[in-house]
Design a protein. Structure first.
Length: 213
């Protein structure tokens, strides 16, 4: 197998060269490398390295967004092949910024990092009502609910989501993860959520550990 080509995909993805990543993905498919291998050892490998650097403060949000765009374009090309091969995601998460809050950069980063771990993400956008999270989790069979808030005034909505999950009888089926500038671990414990993470890369690691436990 052409490991050099996969390494090339990973390295160009890290630099955010979307056009080149697409060409290399096509080349790998033409050479008969399995779509799953291209995804795992090319695209996801590159995204994981970016995630690690982001966590360590070696790269910043713009670099992550550019790399994620390259990953998404490569992944789009692989999608029909992966579906044909029956490759499953490791789980499904619904994600959104809570009601009253319109910030989305953090949420978008988490989405990209989750997808980089092979998790399917249903992005509900911003200003999302508690009921919407719960209904989506039930209808789409999500194992994770990921909540983001950037305003201190909207943190309370996170507690409502936890309560509504209990009322709906799905609390034992879903893990509720929270994040955002005003949120911390103490708040997470207080409202009974399952995990707080300080950044998108950590969120993806925790989400993966929940889904593969």
């Amino acid at each position: 197998m052409n490991t050099e080509l996969l390494k090339n995909i990973s390295e160009n993805l890290q630099k955010g060269r979307a056009k080149l990543v697409k060409e290399l993905v096509q080349q790998a498919l033409d050479e008969g490398i399995s779509p799953e291998t291209i995804l795992n050892e090319g695209l996801l490998d590159g995204m994981n390295i970016v995630g690690g650097k982001f966590k360590a403060g070696e790269v910043y949000v713009p670099e992550v967004l550019i790399a994620a765009r390259a990953m998404n374009q490569g992944a789009q090309m692989l999608k029909p092949y992966l579906e044909e091969a029956g490759v499953q995601s490791i789980g499904r998460a619904c994600l959104g910024t809570v009601q009253g809050d319109l910030h989305d950069i953090g949420k978008n980063l988490v989405k990209m990092m989750l997808e980089g771990k092979g998790i399917e993400v249903i992005d509900l956008g911003t200003d999302v009502a508690p009921e919407t999270f719960i209904n989506t989790a039930i209808e789409q069979d999500c194992q994770l609910i990921c909540l983001s808030a950037l305003l201190t005034t909207t943190m309370g909505v996170m507690e409502e989501v936890v309560k509504k999950a209990e009322e709906a009888g799905i609390r034992d089926k879903v893990k509720i993860m929270i994040g955002g500038a005003p949120v911390d671990d103490a708040f997470c414990k207080k409202i009974g959520a399952d995990a707080y993470t300080p950044d998108a890369a950590s969120a993806a690691d925790v989400a993966k550990s929940f889904l593969t436990a």
